[in-house]
Design a protein around this ligand. Sequence first.
Ligand SMILES: O=P(O)(O)OC[C@H]1O[C@H](OP(=O)(O)OP(=O)(O)O)[C@H](O)[C@@H]1O
Ligand SMILES: Nc1nc2[nH]cnc2c(=O)[nH]1
Ligand SMILES: [Mg+2]
Length: 163
Amino acid sequence: MSANRYRKDFSITWDQIHRDTRDLCARLYPREFKGIIAITRGGLIPAGLIARELNVRWIDTISVTSYDHMNQGQLNIIKPFDPVVGDGEGYLLVDDLVDTGKTARAVRELLPKACFVTIYAKPEGRPLVDECITEVDQDTWIQFPWDMGVSYVEPLVDQFNKD
Ligand SMILES: O=P(O)(O)OC[C@H]1O[C@H](OP(=O)(O)OP(=O)(O)O)[C@H](O)[C@@H]1O
Ligand SMILES: Nc1nc2[nH]cnc2c(=O)[nH]1
Ligand SMILES: [Mg+2]
């Protein structure tokens, strides 16, 4: 699928993702987890924050690739999780977001009993996760702070006085 299905942008700051992840942890507490499996790369930052809030020390990853920036391609699992995780019972599976649900569906099949959480969710993928904090429209591209930088913005009057 191509990038032109996205019509809106939703930018998330570091503060915002930190707050949202803490809100997610408040929903999960007092559940205890044997460990966390982060879906890399996007799941790594929320997984680290969740591990700190819920005091989880055992952390593993499953590495899934499918997007080249906004263009969705073939899904590949390029690194599996530790077999000790079994069917995922007692483990927390974490990703930053669920969009079409393609990534979530592939990982869910491998870990059907894990508790699966994302911070952000779009409607097509929402049914695949157990918890999320913020739901955004399907045609919205979520911009994460790790993909952005702070840059100069021209004053409004100068933007309008150009022509
Ligand atoms: O629901 P879907 O349509 O499958 O999209 C969701 C996935 O897309 C992003 O990962 P991406 O493949 O861009 O890789 P990354 O985590 O390494 O950035 C995001 O982190 C999710 O894992
Ligand atoms: N950063 C980012 N990655 C994605 N991968 C699939 N959907 C998205 C999105 O909305 N934002
Ligand atoms: Mg990802």
